[in-house]
Design a protein around this ligand. Structure first.
Ligand code: SAH
Length: 215
Protein backbone atom coordinates (compact mmCIF):
# COMPACT_ATOMS: atom_id res chain seq x y z
CA UNK A 1 0.00 0.00 0.00
CA UNK A 2 1.93 2.89 -1.43
CA UNK A 3 0.04 5.86 0.07
CA UNK A 4 -0.21 4.25 3.53
CA UNK A 5 3.55 3.59 3.75
CA UNK A 6 4.34 7.03 2.44
CA UNK A 7 2.07 8.58 5.08
CA UNK A 8 3.86 6.63 7.82
CA UNK A 9 7.26 7.78 6.55
CA UNK A 10 6.14 11.41 6.48
CA UNK A 11 4.66 11.15 9.98
CA UNK A 12 7.92 9.68 11.30
CA UNK A 13 9.86 12.62 9.85
CA UNK A 14 7.34 14.98 11.42
CA UNK A 15 7.69 13.33 14.87
CA UNK A 16 11.47 13.61 14.57
CA UNK A 17 11.03 17.34 14.03
CA UNK A 18 12.55 17.19 10.55
CA UNK A 19 9.32 18.04 8.75
CA UNK A 20 8.17 21.29 10.37
CA UNK A 21 5.64 22.88 8.03
CA UNK A 22 2.30 21.83 6.55
CA UNK A 23 3.59 22.81 3.10
CA UNK A 24 6.51 20.36 3.17
CA UNK A 25 4.34 17.66 4.74
CA UNK A 26 1.74 18.04 1.99
CA UNK A 27 4.37 18.03 -0.74
CA UNK A 28 6.01 14.82 0.53
CA UNK A 29 2.62 13.15 0.99
CA UNK A 30 1.87 13.91 -2.66
CA UNK A 31 4.99 12.16 -3.99
CA UNK A 32 5.17 8.35 -3.47
CA UNK A 33 8.93 7.68 -3.24
CA UNK A 34 8.52 4.16 -4.63
CA UNK A 35 7.79 5.69 -8.06
CA UNK A 36 11.30 7.22 -7.99
CA UNK A 37 13.50 4.35 -6.79
CA UNK A 38 15.35 2.08 -9.23
CA UNK A 39 13.62 -1.12 -10.30
CA UNK A 40 14.05 -3.76 -7.60
CA UNK A 41 14.28 -1.26 -4.72
CA UNK A 42 10.53 -0.66 -4.26
CA UNK A 43 10.48 -2.55 -0.95
CA UNK A 44 13.05 -0.16 0.53
CA UNK A 45 11.38 2.98 -0.84
CA UNK A 46 10.05 4.12 2.55
CA UNK A 47 13.17 3.37 4.58
CA UNK A 48 15.03 6.52 5.60
CA UNK A 49 18.16 5.83 3.55
CA UNK A 50 19.70 6.80 0.22
CA UNK A 51 19.33 4.12 -2.49
CA UNK A 52 21.50 3.41 -5.55
CA UNK A 53 20.19 4.45 -8.97
CA UNK A 54 21.12 1.37 -11.01
CA UNK A 55 24.81 1.21 -11.84
CA UNK A 56 25.12 4.95 -12.47
CA UNK A 57 27.03 5.35 -9.18
CA UNK A 58 24.44 7.96 -8.12
CA UNK A 59 21.81 7.77 -5.39
CA UNK A 60 18.35 9.02 -4.53
CA UNK A 61 18.82 11.03 -1.31
CA UNK A 62 17.44 9.79 2.00
CA UNK A 63 13.96 11.16 2.80
CA UNK A 64 15.22 13.05 5.89
CA UNK A 65 17.82 14.83 3.72
CA UNK A 66 15.13 15.86 1.24
CA UNK A 67 12.93 17.08 4.10
CA UNK A 68 15.78 19.13 5.65
CA UNK A 69 16.50 20.80 2.31
CA UNK A 70 12.84 21.50 1.55
CA UNK A 71 12.32 23.07 4.99
CA UNK A 72 15.48 25.21 4.80
CA UNK A 73 14.60 26.41 1.29
CA UNK A 74 11.22 27.77 2.47
CA UNK A 75 9.79 27.57 -1.04
CA UNK A 76 6.74 29.70 -1.84
CA UNK A 77 3.98 29.28 -4.39
CA UNK A 78 4.74 30.80 -7.77
CA UNK A 79 8.51 30.70 -7.30
CA UNK A 80 11.06 29.63 -9.89
CA UNK A 81 13.45 26.99 -8.57
CA UNK A 82 16.64 25.57 -10.04
CA UNK A 83 17.82 22.14 -8.93
CA UNK A 84 21.27 20.89 -9.90
CA UNK A 85 21.29 17.07 -9.93
CA UNK A 86 17.86 15.65 -10.84
CA UNK A 87 18.90 12.05 -10.12
CA UNK A 88 15.58 10.20 -9.75
CA UNK A 89 13.46 13.35 -9.99
CA UNK A 90 12.08 12.82 -6.46
CA UNK A 91 13.24 16.11 -4.98
CA UNK A 92 12.14 17.94 -8.14
CA UNK A 93 8.64 16.43 -7.80
CA UNK A 94 8.42 17.59 -4.16
CA UNK A 95 9.58 21.07 -5.23
CA UNK A 96 6.93 21.09 -7.97
CA UNK A 97 4.22 20.66 -5.34
CA UNK A 98 5.68 23.49 -3.26
CA UNK A 99 5.81 26.03 -6.11
CA UNK A 100 2.34 25.03 -7.34
CA UNK A 101 0.84 25.54 -10.79
CA UNK A 102 2.00 29.15 -11.03
CA UNK A 103 5.62 28.20 -10.26
CA UNK A 104 8.29 26.35 -12.15
CA UNK A 105 11.06 23.88 -11.37
CA UNK A 106 14.05 23.45 -13.66
CA UNK A 107 16.23 20.49 -12.76
CA UNK A 108 19.53 19.98 -14.56
CA UNK A 109 21.10 16.51 -14.73
CA UNK A 110 24.45 15.67 -16.30
CA UNK A 111 23.94 11.89 -16.64
CA UNK A 112 21.91 11.05 -19.77
CA UNK A 113 20.52 7.80 -18.39
CA UNK A 114 19.25 9.62 -15.30
CA UNK A 115 17.73 12.39 -17.42
CA UNK A 116 15.52 9.72 -19.03
CA UNK A 117 14.83 8.07 -15.66
CA UNK A 118 13.85 11.35 -13.95
CA UNK A 119 11.61 12.39 -16.87
CA UNK A 120 9.82 9.01 -16.81
CA UNK A 121 9.26 9.28 -13.06
CA UNK A 122 8.01 12.86 -13.20
CA UNK A 123 5.58 11.90 -15.98
CA UNK A 124 3.99 9.26 -13.73
CA UNK A 125 2.71 12.08 -11.53
CA UNK A 126 1.53 14.23 -14.45
CA UNK A 127 3.48 17.22 -13.18
CA UNK A 128 3.73 19.84 -15.89
CA UNK A 129 5.61 22.54 -13.99
CA UNK A 130 8.90 20.58 -13.90
CA UNK A 131 11.48 20.43 -16.64
CA UNK A 132 14.45 18.05 -16.59
CA UNK A 133 17.33 19.47 -18.59
CA UNK A 134 20.36 17.47 -19.80
CA UNK A 135 23.51 19.42 -19.05
CA UNK A 136 26.11 20.67 -16.59
CA UNK A 137 24.18 22.45 -13.85
CA UNK A 138 27.33 23.90 -12.29
CA UNK A 139 27.09 26.53 -15.07
CA UNK A 140 23.52 27.40 -14.10
CA UNK A 141 20.68 27.34 -16.61
CA UNK A 142 20.77 28.74 -19.23
CA UNK A 143 24.49 27.96 -18.97
CA UNK A 144 26.77 30.91 -18.12
CA UNK A 145 23.96 33.46 -18.21
CA UNK A 146 24.67 36.24 -15.71
CA UNK A 147 21.12 37.19 -14.84
CA UNK A 148 19.14 36.93 -11.60
CA UNK A 149 16.54 34.29 -12.51
CA UNK A 150 15.84 32.00 -9.59
CA UNK A 151 14.07 32.49 -6.26
CA UNK A 152 15.60 29.29 -4.96
CA UNK A 153 18.53 27.11 -6.01
CA UNK A 154 19.26 23.68 -4.57
CA UNK A 155 22.35 21.71 -5.44
CA UNK A 156 22.07 18.00 -4.58
CA UNK A 157 25.70 17.07 -5.32
CA UNK A 158 28.80 18.12 -3.37
CA UNK A 159 30.77 21.11 -4.66
CA UNK A 160 34.33 22.12 -3.76
CA UNK A 161 33.22 25.73 -3.85
CA UNK A 162 30.07 27.62 -4.80
CA UNK A 163 29.87 27.85 -8.63
CA UNK A 164 29.88 31.53 -9.61
CA UNK A 165 27.11 31.27 -12.21
CA UNK A 166 24.78 29.88 -9.57
CA UNK A 167 25.42 32.98 -7.46
CA UNK A 168 24.78 35.20 -10.51
CA UNK A 169 21.50 33.44 -11.27
CA UNK A 170 20.11 33.70 -7.73
CA UNK A 171 17.66 36.57 -7.29
CA UNK A 172 18.00 39.17 -4.56
CA UNK A 173 16.21 37.91 -1.42
CA UNK A 174 16.73 34.44 -2.90
CA UNK A 175 18.14 31.40 -1.12
CA UNK A 176 20.54 28.69 -2.30
CA UNK A 177 21.37 25.42 -0.56
CA UNK A 178 24.59 23.67 -1.52
CA UNK A 179 26.77 20.98 0.07
CA UNK A 180 30.35 22.26 0.08
CA UNK A 181 33.39 20.18 0.99
CA UNK A 182 35.55 17.26 -0.14
CA UNK A 183 34.57 13.77 -1.31
CA UNK A 184 34.14 12.31 2.18
CA UNK A 185 32.22 14.98 4.01
CA UNK A 186 30.55 18.28 3.32
CA UNK A 187 28.62 20.96 5.10
CA UNK A 188 25.21 21.96 3.79
CA UNK A 189 25.52 25.71 3.26
CA UNK A 190 22.65 28.15 3.07
CA UNK A 191 23.49 31.16 0.94
CA UNK A 192 21.12 34.13 1.08
CA UNK A 193 21.38 36.99 -1.39
CA UNK A 194 20.33 40.19 0.36
CA UNK A 195 18.30 43.02 -1.20
CA UNK A 196 21.55 44.92 -1.87
CA UNK A 197 23.09 41.90 -3.64
CA UNK A 198 25.47 40.97 -0.81
CA UNK A 199 25.72 37.35 0.33
CA UNK A 200 25.15 35.87 3.75
CA UNK A 201 26.09 32.24 4.44
CA UNK A 202 25.16 29.88 7.23
CA UNK A 203 26.11 26.24 7.84
CA UNK A 204 23.11 23.97 8.36
CA UNK A 205 24.60 20.53 9.06
CA UNK A 206 27.21 17.99 7.97
CA UNK A 207 26.14 15.94 4.97
CA UNK A 208 27.44 13.35 2.50
CA UNK A 209 26.54 13.79 -1.16
CA UNK A 210 27.97 12.38 -4.38
CA UNK A 211 30.39 14.84 -6.01
CA UNK A 212 29.32 17.58 -8.39
CA UNK A 213 31.11 17.06 -11.70
CA UNK A 214 31.56 19.50 -14.57
CA UNK A 215 32.95 23.00 -14.77
N1 SAH B 1 18.09 15.14 -6.20
C1 SAH B 1 18.22 13.74 -6.60
C2 SAH B 1 19.44 13.07 -6.04
C3 SAH B 1 20.66 13.62 -6.66
S1 SAH B 1 22.11 12.61 -6.66
C4 SAH B 1 16.98 12.95 -6.26
O1 SAH B 1 16.02 13.52 -5.73
O2 SAH B 1 16.93 11.77 -6.60
C5 SAH B 1 23.17 13.79 -7.44
C6 SAH B 1 22.95 13.94 -8.92
O3 SAH B 1 23.73 15.03 -9.36
C7 SAH B 1 23.41 12.75 -9.73
O4 SAH B 1 22.34 12.28 -10.51
C8 SAH B 1 24.53 13.29 -10.62
O5 SAH B 1 24.57 12.71 -11.90
C9 SAH B 1 24.16 14.76 -10.67
N2 SAH B 1 25.22 15.70 -11.01
C10 SAH B 1 26.51 15.71 -10.59
N3 SAH B 1 27.17 16.76 -11.11
C11 SAH B 1 26.27 17.44 -11.88
C12 SAH B 1 26.34 18.61 -12.68
N4 SAH B 1 27.46 19.33 -12.80
N5 SAH B 1 25.22 19.03 -13.31
C13 SAH B 1 24.06 18.33 -13.21
N6 SAH B 1 23.93 17.22 -12.47
C14 SAH B 1 25.03 16.77 -11.81
Amino acid sequence: MRSEENRRMVERLEKQGIIKTEAVKKAMLSVPRELFVWEGYEKLAYEDQPLPLGDTGQTISAPHMVAIMLEELNVGEGQIVLEVGAGSGYNAACLAHLVGKSGRVISVEVNGELVQFARRNINKLLLNNVEIIHGDGSLGYPPRLEQEIYDRIVVTAAAQSIPRFLISQLKRKGVMLIPVGDMQMQVLMKVSKEADGSLKTRNICDVVFVPLVGA
